[in-house]
Design a protein around this ligand. Structure first.
Ligand code: HEM
Length: 181
């Protein structure tokens, strides 16, 4: 078993009830009742399966990594009963950029970490990469979040702020699933 590989299966089973599913940009995903988040498990009965690996960081400076590590919470706190799975694909134009230009768009011009930092530690996150798993992966990233019901507005504000950034102009497909445990 690959410890870094996670499956997100939409269908009739799973720990999470899907309370909303909508396309933000591009094609949506099929409506499902539940979401299973697991390292392995039966494919049977799943309406869709998305997969991604937790990988090394690409963009963080040492100081940013340290600031995040000091504040951020891990996914799965008992009180964090609300969550969101947001699969994202970025454009060919984004992937054609050199690393330093992507970093500049990500942080110097879009302030992704600085904006995200304001939602910590209320919102916990886990980023999964899909791009290198195969040529047919429908998304580049599976972003997964949890928070307590009282912090839902904080999460909505964060989404609103990120979607206004230059970085998001390179997002060509984004689907938002909101879940409750
Ligand atoms: C909760 C606050 C958040 C924080 C602290 C945060 C922080 C980060 C950090 C540090 C990275 C870079 C990892 C690396 O160096 O490779 C990252 C990447 C990413 N985040 Fe966030 N993030 C937050 C919220 C969000 C939200 C709400 C979304 C989606 C709507 C999102 C989507 C992404 C995506 C797609 C990437 C990958 C970008 C790329 O590699 O091109 N993040 N985030």
């Amino acid at each position: 078993m690959n410890e870094r590989l996670w499956f997100f299966r939409g269908g009739a089973r799973g720990d999470f009830r899907v309370t909303a599913l909508r396309a933000i940009r591009g094609e949506s995903l099929p409506e499902v009742e539940r979401l299973a988040v697991e390292r392995e498990g039966p494919e049977a009965g799943a309406t869709f399966t998305l997969r991604g690996v937790v990988s090394n960081e690409r963009y963080l400076a040492r100081s940013e990594r340290a600031e995040l590590a000091a504040v951020q919470a891990a996914i799965g706190r008992p009180e964090a009963r609300h969550g969101a799975l947001i699969p994202i694909r970025k454009s060919a134009e984004w992937w054609a950029l050199p690393q330093d230009e992507r970093r500049a768009i990500f942080e110097e011009r879009s302030h992704h970490v600085a904006v995200g930092f304001r939602a910590l530690p209320a919102v916990a996150r886990r980023l999964h990469h899909c791009r290198d798993l195969g040529a047919d992966e429908p998304f580049d990233f599976l972003t997964w979040f949890d928070f307590s019901p009282e912090d839902g507005q904080r999460f909505d504000d964060l989404l609103g702020a990120l979607r206004e950034t230059l970085e998001w102009q390179y997002v060509e497909r984004e689907v938002e699933l909101r879940v409750e445990r």
